[in-house]
Design a protein around this ligand. Sequence first.
Ligand code: ADP
Length: 467
Amino acid sequence: AKSSRFDPTRPTARFDDVAGQENAKREISELIDFLREPDRFRAVGAEVPRGILLLGPPGVGKTLLARALAGEAGVPFFSTSASEFVEMFVGVGAARVRSMFEQAKAQAPAIVFIDELDSVGRARGAGVGGGNDEREQTLNQILAELDGFEGHEAVVVLAATNRPDVLDPALLRPGRFDRHVEMTLPSLEDRVAILKVHTRKMPLAEDIDLRRVAAGVPGFSGADLKNLTNEAAIMAARGERTVIAEADFDEARDKIVMGAARAMAIRPEERRRLAVHESGHAAVAFSLPEADPIYKVTIIPRGRSLGATHFLPMDERYTLSKAYLEAQLVVALAGRAAERIILGDVSSGADDDIQRATRLARAMVARWGMSDDIGPIDLRLSDEHPFLGRDFALPRAFADATAASVDAAVQALLTASEEKARAIIARRKHGVAALARRLEAAETLDLADVRACLEETEVEQVNGPLA
Ligand code: ADP
């Protein structure tokens, strides 16, 4: 049958191609010697880890690392995605697994890589697709293969998943996938390193600052960064330029983060309101030393958003101080505050701001003990899943009265933050109004423009207009 052929590849990837992920690389590199010279290990009776589970969100380089291991060791790489098996007829997935392991053993030393292990490896009889015979048979076959090694074949099995929480515990038992290597989204330094890897062969403008580019894309995975460099190259080629400039990266980033710029007919009053709203965010962020520096503010509609103020946190933050979070709240509510002060009323445009601010305020009160009235107690209603970025409801383990006081503390925090935003905007009213006019004209302003506009206007206010 067709299921019986597996063509291994001979990856050319090397550890140098995997930027960052130093911990994962260190753990995996132990296996290189074993794959290169299994006899040396065998001779002294050493048992080498066989099943390694790579855990982490999509695009962080799990597959790349597995391929780099094969490349470094110079061994064949048998690869499959467990999701392929789910749709198959009963028995086919199991047969494919069997044949893949057989061939890997025949060609040992070799690597077997199973991507998306969770799609067959979910805890049996639980959750989505429970009772799928094909899935279970495939899973059982994988378990049988792992158990069936005699201990001396030089076959290393790597599997990848972003859902370790749903995996069948049977997969994680000793002798199976008992080594876990966690891979996380890259830090700022790692993002710089990944950009360097992917721009190795690209003609970059001499003055390009990859650190600045990396700072502008927090939360990007390696795969996202690769996509970014490619989009930037496309921008340059479209513009008939022979070197890639930082502006190309900016444009590529905006396109990826916010969607392609949209041509929309926006009524002049609405455009004015957008400009006022974004100027509020920008002016307040500029005024608060704790807030992240502004990257740019724009009223060019992209994707779902009509306008946006972007920030450029230059350092990686691992813990967030209360002062920083409070500044975030004030900045988030400043768009609305500007609308109220300059235009006299508010609009539905602050929907997203209010949602984000409320979530943040709730976390501050109910998770991080930042309200003196509530104290350091975990009063979460949901748990955020680290890999999915999704919330799961938790059973509420506290009294109604406590819930009410959390609500009150959240409300107080939000109201105080809006007050603070209004105070800043009232103080800089002329500056914010001038900024809105300039934004309406230019559509996009950067930090230098914002500073210049606010400072010029305020100097004029003090000294009278320059004649
Ligand atoms: P995963 O298996 O974790 O979903 P992949 O290994 O498939 O991620 O990553 C997709 C691509 O993204 C890789 O082929 C590579 O080009 C790029 N990439 C991801 N992580 C890194 C990294 N740490 N260094 C360099 N490139 C990376």
